[in-house]
Write a protein that binds this ligand. Sequence first.
Ligand code: SF4
Length: 525
Amino acid sequence: MIQPAKPDLVTVNIDGKEIAVPKGTNVIEAARLVGVDIPHYCYHPKLSVVGNCRMCLIEMGMPAVDPATKAPVMDPVTGKQRINWIPRPQIGCATNASPGLHIRTQTPQIKDCREGVMEFLLINHPLDCPICDQAGECKLQEQSTGYGRGYSRYIENKNVKPKRTQLGPRVTLDDERCILCSRCIRFSKEVAKDDVLGFIDRGSYSTLTCYPGRKLENNYSLNTVDICPVGALTSTDFRFKMRVWFLKQSNSIDTESSVGASTVVWSREGVIYRITPRRNDEVNDTWMADSGRLLYKAVRAETRLTSTQPLATLATQAADLLKASRGTIAIVGSGQSSVEEQFLTRKLANALQAPVSLVARTGAGDGVLVSADRNPNLRGALVTGLVCALPSARLDELATAIDSGRVKTVVSVGEDLLGAGLTAAHLAKVSIVYLGTQANATSVVAKVVLPTLSVFEKAGTLVNQQFRLQKFAKAVPGPTGAFDDLAVLSQLVGLVGGTAVSSELHTLWTLITTEVPALGTVTYL
Ligand code: SF4
């Protein structure tokens, strides 16, 4: 077996604490490891270093050696090697760990530097925190408590800049709040590969803007809002909607493609207000596509399916239909279902001895965080054995089976069959049991409709394109008249004569680990 190469570790001393870190580790990151916070604005772990905000100033020194003999120079008082401290402060973001590096972050000189930087940054700042969307998650506000003066020595008039410039369809700029850190510029150029932002004018008149004739409209534009350390870049969708400290955060997964970016769903009293990316270095670093942030809009869309009948009644109607059509049933599963739902769909297929098809959903991959495979859990269907091969986008075999009369009843788990290659004539020839969240051409003609929950209203797991099993949490309760997918499927399995299976996630996972070898070592926590 090939062993991964061991990192070349070096020992550095941060505020008197020694720590071994891989050579070249950024000092801000090394300090984090020993619990030392070096304040910063322009530095971002996933962007190039520019060192322009000067907030991360530190004192830096190296062990002294005799220039002639290279022998360590010892301190006669402490008996330890003397440290040659550089007289002037250095920026931490542009300093990498090297053998013997010493840094000090809490000296009077450093405190003085930070206070000076803060005073400069606040000279022209509008101090409109009470109406600022960034309040509660603003780095400027945060550092003001530690390094702010508490009063202003600036008696001149502040520079007035535009308060609401539409940089693109989703991002609004409040120029007065911008501290010129350039994070948004570097993100657009380095990550989104859309070099659209830049500064114009000089000194305190410097202003962030788009290049002439261009807009910040790429599908990653809202990441600039996430990384803006102040309230300069705001999401047009979220602007003035809610104070962030009222919002509950739930860890979720972006389901727009098989990339499976880690996300946070922000909600209050059952209403979702925004979705932001969650750091996951293995999948999405700290980014996500704008398109994935809008998925929550479907939760309250007019097309949302609910029922006035209880689940037991609907499940019995569906089961009666299925029992009466045994031998002529086909199931269309979904690459959008969770692993647990796919496992239960397989149980239903086994109980009915019905073949299962899946619908491929594809689009143009963008080479960043939206893949060509738009199903978030196609690989889950392969792992759980729901299907044995990658599906196509058209249900051609099912169409032939319907035309020949071999299939008379179809169970669709969330798929609009009309959009998957079947015609209205095909739908007219079969009885349909439809499980799903949104009304569509299939639900309209279905004999039984079982309204289910969106990904934001339930918990479970998905397998992304790297075959990483990832968990998502329930963020908000589902609407009245929509039922948990697992409850629907487990009821159907039992009612059509299959072995009873639990719809409770932990109990279900005990079964999954025994029946799905690839998931045998998983513990669902
Ligand atoms: Fe930095 Fe925000 Fe200004 Fe962009 S808008 S330069 S991210 S402060």
